[in-house]
Write a protein that binds this ligand. Structure first.
Ligand SMILES: O=C(O)CCC(=O)C(=O)O
Ligand SMILES: [Fe+2]
Length: 344
């Protein structure tokens, strides 16, 4: 019989179906009450029909430490036009960052997404140059206590309270709830930034050969001036930022000093909040690394975002999960390996 949520030291979303084996129950009876609560809440796995496999919850010690973050106050970086960053250096202190990195790399399902695009009439097949995964659902829906996706009632007086959009496409992907190990970090990040997040995207750069090219996260489904919190774990990698090209020559003349590119060598545990006019005016990238730094090792990036409409959910699952096979970290060979369920 699960304890009521309000007695939990760390709130665990109710969609987690706790698995109690007999051995655990006997063990729990011998524990003092407080310990028993800890034990109940912080052991086991996050489970959901959409997950390829259960995802382990934080060990108790890490869960407690995560709830005490951030380790430092954010430093504002806004000395360039349209730039508004809050840099936590670090958010997760180094004594924790290593464990957090190893844990997430070992526990999360990853994908290597491929897709076709049409660039000015030219068809191209894109192989995403990194491992990705995503959890969350846009603001129009939530997960109920059974883990089912439920539409929120439309706001009173909104146009959608009387009519459903005629062009509403059926969803292509079943959204996945954010597992406990990432949701504790989401909650901490919301408290540290005052922002709200309903999506968690994860990138794994296996080596210096993995990268993300210059882009901005300015999709319409994020709404105007989106805030995106971006965590780094593992190998240090350069995060490059450059101002978008001015639309006209007049605008260019006005902004002679506006294009100075920025290089932030992000270390393990760092978090950078991008907000305000940043996404609409700046591009960012993690370039490939060659030479002696190429084999520095893997890096995990976690971004928390808030998608406003259903189109955002489909877009994020399409480009970060897709329809291909699952990869998992193999501790023996120390690399991502194709993974298939043993029940298949
Ligand atoms: O890995 C990073 O730090 C950046 C990731 C990123 O820009 C993205 O996922 O949109
Ligand atoms: Fe990005």
């Amino acid at each position: 019989m699960p304890l009521p949520l309000e007695t939990c030291v760390f709130q665990t979303p109710r969609y987690f179906h706790h698995h109690h084996c007999h051995h655990h129950l006997i063990h729990q009876c011998l524990q003092p009450l407080l310990l028993r609560r800890h034990y109940h809440v912080q052991t086991g796995f996050s489970k959901h029909a959409t997950y390829p496999h259960p995802i382990r919850n934080w060990p108790e010690a890490i869960a407690r430490d995560v709830s005490s973050l951030p380790a430092t106050l954010g430093r504002q970086i806004n000395d360039q036009p349209d730039l508004d960053l809050l840099y936590f250096e670090p958010y997760i202190p180094s004594y924790m960052a290593k464990d957090v990195f190893e844990f997430l790399r070992a526990e999360l399902p990853f994908y290597r997404v491929e897709y076709d695009i049409n660039r000015g009439g030219i068809q191209a097949h894109i192989k995403t140059p990194r491992y990705t995964t995503v959890f969350g659902v846009d603001d129009t829906s939530y997960f109920d206590t059974d883990g089912a996706v439920v539409d929120k009632p439309p706001a009173a007086g909104s146009s959608s309270s009387t009519t459903k959009p005629a062009n509403a496409k059926p969803p292509r992907y079943a959204p996945r709830p954010i597992p406990q190990c990432l949701d504790l970090l989401r909650t901490s990040t919301e408290a540290a930034t005052g922002c709200t997040f309903n999506f968690c995207l994860v990138n794994y750069y296996a080596s210096g050969a993995d990268s993300i090219s210059f882009h901005s996260d300015d999709e319409r489904f994020l709404g105007p001036e989106p805030a995106i919190a971006s965590f780094s774990l593992g190998a240090r990698r350069d995060f490059l930022m450059k101002h978008k090209k001015p639309a006209t020559a007049a605008a260019a003349a006005e902004r002679v000093d506006a294009k100075k590119p920025l290089k932030l060598p992000l270390g393990s545990g760092d978090m950078i909040l991008m907000r305000g006019r940043t996404q609409s005016n700046w591009l960012h990238s993690i370039p490939k690394r060659t030479g002696k730094n190429q084999d520095d090792g893997g890096r995990i990036n976690i971004t928390f975002r808030r998608a406003m409409v259903k189109a955002g959910t489909d877009n994020y699952y399409n480009y970060n999960v897709g329809t291909g096979p699952v990869y998992r970290w193999d501790a023996q060979s120390r690399q991502m390996m194709l993974w298939t369920s043993k029940e298949d």
